[in-house]
Design a protein around this ligand. Structure first.
Ligand SMILES: Cc1cc2nc3c(=O)[nH]c(=O)nc-3n(C[C@H](O)[C@H](O)[C@H](O)COP(=O)(O)OP(=O)(O)OC[C@H]3O[C@@H](n4cnc5c(N)ncnc54)[C@H](O)[C@@H]3O)c2cc1C
Ligand SMILES: NC(=O)c1ccc[n+]([C@@H]2O[C@H](COP(=O)([O-])OP(=O)(O)OC[C@H]3O[C@@H](n4cnc5c(N)ncnc54)[C@H](OP(=O)(O)O)[C@@H]3O)[C@@H](O)[C@H]2O)c1
Length: 367
């Protein structure tokens, strides 16, 4: 077993823990990381980025946060420090090859037809299969590409790093005709605080989206420009954007949703009749949890006043991880006019964005 060659792609949170698990099992894994640091999304992010999940639940189960980190929502530099100590402590850092981008991979040893007929992983459900095949992993480094032979590949490439998701527009209705500059949140966060502030200074900026990146960028723009150059946020889906996860009398909302019992409140695909029955008889409890949280957040965030109450329930938001933490004094900035909230169901054209405020054009748009 020890001689098996294990390759992990990506040195974010997932890649680091995959590597630690592989080392624990006696393998000699290699981690290919296209960037020059560990941490994935945490290594390239906005200045104001903090954990949104409380640190008691966002941690490796076998490695506690250091004692000096007392904030329940550590900032990105503390997250990076924590990840580096994990990587060093378990010897993971020695396995990482930085600036090695995987550009292709191919399984050699079984034909396409054989693979198509497999019902389970590797034909028999075992990690290393029984075909005697191997992965050929093409890795680009310093301008040349080398192929590595591996028995097993673990993909830990994340969902939010590196590849901007920019919608396509009909011809002459998109970024090609927009006279200002259009950038994606990924590029904005890669830019660093000083350059980002220079980019937005004294510009009319419109941010498309209402996820956490959007909320944070809007907040940063309003800090830089105030009400003289208000920042517009175009919202397609209203989200539950909340101050933190503590409700009345400091009650931790996560205990309603993020434990083994709350798993039973949702009937999930593939679960049997018993679990369906349980989820059904527990539905009043689900309703109660939701109403408790919704009424609390509606009472502390002026979302009703600004037409920002989401159409979906708080329960749905929690179970799909579509919650964002509200930057401090966000709605104060809405009231003083530094932030303008625009609800728009369908965004078909960038030019349309420019019409929102009746100005000839906006100078920056960010996704
Ligand atoms: C700004 C931000 C804040 C977040 N905050 C929270 C939070 O508070 N709570 C929470 O639960 N989740 C949060 N998330 C979600 C976050 O994505 C996960 O918590 C977690 O960090 C993801 O880790 P990952 O290793 O799966 O992916 P990533 O962090 O995306 O890491 C993937 C790594 O793979 C590398 N890679 C990709 N392709 C290749 C390739 N071809 N070759 C080599 N290397 C490659 C990338 O360079 C990157 O280092 C946040 C996400 C973002 C963007
Ligand atoms: N901890 C932190 O401080 C922090 C900071 C940033 C990000 N994050 C995390 O990173 C992950 C990604 O967050 P994200 O905010 O970057 O992305 P996201 O959650 O996927 O949000 C994307 C936003 O863009 C909107 N959008 C996409 N295409 C659109 C279109 N064609 N027209 C109009 N609107 C469009 C989406 O609207 P719809 O909702 O209608 O699709 C959504 O509001 C999340 O897990 C988030 O929690 C955390």
């Amino acid at each position: 077993m020890e001689s098996k060659r294990v390759c992990i792609i990506g040195a974010g949170v997932s890649g680091l823990s995959a590597c630690k698990q592989a080392l624990d099992r006696g393998f000699n894994p290699v981690v290919f990381e296209s960037g020059s640091d560990i941490g994935g999304v945490w290594s390239r992010t906005f200045d104001c980025t903090k954990l949104q999940s409380p640190s008691i639940i966002y941690r490796f189960s076998d490695f506690p946060w250091p004692k000096h980190v007392t904030d329940p929502y550590p900032d990105h530099s503390q997250v990076m420090e924590y990840l580096w100590s994990y990587a060093r402590h378990f010897g993971v850092s020695k396995c990482i090859k930085f600036e090695h981008r995987v550009v292709g991979m191919e399984y050699v040893g079984a034909t396409e037809e054989q693979m198509a007929a497999w019902e389970s992983w590797a034909g028999n459900g075992e990690a290393f299969g029984n075909y005697g095949g191997e992965w050929h992993v093409a890795v680009e480094h310093g301008g040349s590409v080398e192929t590595y032979q591996m028995d097993f590949v673990i993909l830990c490439i994340g969902r939010f790093s590196g590849v901007p998701n920019i919608p396509t527009f009909p011809e002459e209705k998109g970024t090609d005709v927009f006279e200002g500059k259009v950038i994606h949140a990924v590029d904005y966060s890669n830019m660093g605080t000083t350059k980002a502030a220079e980019l937005i200074k004294d510009k009319l900026v419109t941010v498309i989206g209402s996820g956490k990146s959007a909320v944070d960028i809007v907040n940063e723009c309003s800090n830089v420009n105030g009400s003289k150059f208000p920042c517009t946020m175009v919202i397609r889906t209203k989200r539950w954007i909340i101050p933190d996860y503590y409700a009345w009398f400091g009650f931790p909302v996560v205990f309603f949703y993020l434990n083994r019992f709350s798993e039973l409140l949702v009937h999930k695909p593939g679960e049997g009749c018993m679990l369906w029955f349980l989820a059904t008889i527990l539905s009043p409890l689900r309703w109660l949890f939701t109403k408790f949280c919704e009424s609390y957040y509606k009472s502390v965030v002026p979302m009703k006043k600004h037409g920002m109450v989401p159409d979906h329930s708080f329960f749905q938001a929690m179970t799909t991880s579509l919650i964002a933490i509200l930057p401090v004094k966000f709605y104060n900035k809405v009231e003083e006019g530094s932030i303008v909230l625009k609800k728009k169901k369908l965004l078909v054209s960038v030019r349309m964005v420019s019409l929102f405020k009746g100005r000839t054009h906006l100078q920056r748009v960010m996704w």
